[in-house]
Design a protein around this ligand. Sequence first.
Ligand code: MEV
Length: 421
Amino acid sequence: MAMEKKTSAISGLYKMDRGKRIEEVASFSGMPPAQQKTLRSDTPLEFSVADKITENVLGFHSLPFSVATNFIVNGREVLVPMAIEEPSVVAAASNGAKLCRDSGGFSATSDPPVMIGQIQIMVKEGKAAAEKLNSKKAEILAAAEPFAENISKYGGGIRGFAARHVQSKRGDIAIAEFQIDVRDSMGANTINTILEGIAPKLAEISGGKVRLRILTNLAITRLVRATAIWKKETIGEDAVEGVLDGWAFADADIFRAATHNKGIMNGIDAVAVATGNDWRAVEAGAHAYAAMGGRYAPLTRFRKLPNGDLQGEIELPLSVGTIGGATRSLPTAQSALAITGAKSSGELSCIMAAVGLSQNFAALKALSGEGIQRGHMGLHAKNIAIAAGAKGADIDRIAELMAKEKNISTARAQELLAGKN
Ligand code: MEV
């Protein structure tokens, strides 16, 4: 008997009950039983653990944990975990991915996981101080090595050093920058430990006063790129033109570019949150990168191929990890990572870039065509019904009635809940 090919195009997942959905996803990803149990639990994080993770903990803030279907990334079928409250994001990502399956899905590459750490040194003469630091590069690298012992054990470590200078409102600053391979971690702790360890040596060499010692979230040495082709026969010629027009709007206007990139980050952040990654770091890096060319620009590009198909691509820095930090302490993050099947931080970042591109394609296609409200409103109506106090079967019943009446409001939901027609 021929083996059935594994596919992320699981049909009708949305129609299944929760138990069956988890079963499907677990059997797809080979998720260990403990992580399945976490997904089945309504309180996966224990208070005693939460109380150790951060300060003044009162309780929990929950988000829906979903899975996007249809992704193929570098030839591998992938289900994507997403933690997000906004309706339509999971559906849009899945839809964008579905529409490029017939051309092989997404191809993505990631740079080695090298991050940059900065040390600020207040000096009298920035240029001279930076030159002095650069002239002692070998000595500085050797002195920094012991502080990188932990990450060196895993094959990472310090990869480079350079100093530069800027003039600031508080005088000259020499900026000493270390490039550090953080392997499969996000890297913040590794980098900041190295910087704090080596800083006194740099103060001694430069004769300046060390101030900040911290990584930069503008991780331009840890870029990821994804590309995909949407065939004109699959999406229609008007959708090809519509996406191109929508992209051109973002390229020409910063007000549109902000929303364009927000849509991309809807997808990327949702994966970052699900996998226990620092989505604020991801956001900061993405938007700074979008402005790096001297103006704030879209993070994606679209073009029409000679045969009329649509090609999309995305490039951004992604400092995300598959080990350490909250990826370990949050039980749902472990389940999320198991769903992705990512074996490294680079592989996870490739999936995230694909999600961002898919999200953007789906948004541009919808916005330039029928608009997003029709798809959005069905789910929005459910949220309104819940906010008005509906429970169980009443949620769908009231949402459907409001959608039919084209009157989606909390007041109407309350009336319907109270039995008024
Ligand atoms: C909404 O969260 C995201 C969109 O506004 C993105 C976009 O306009 O491209 C739909």
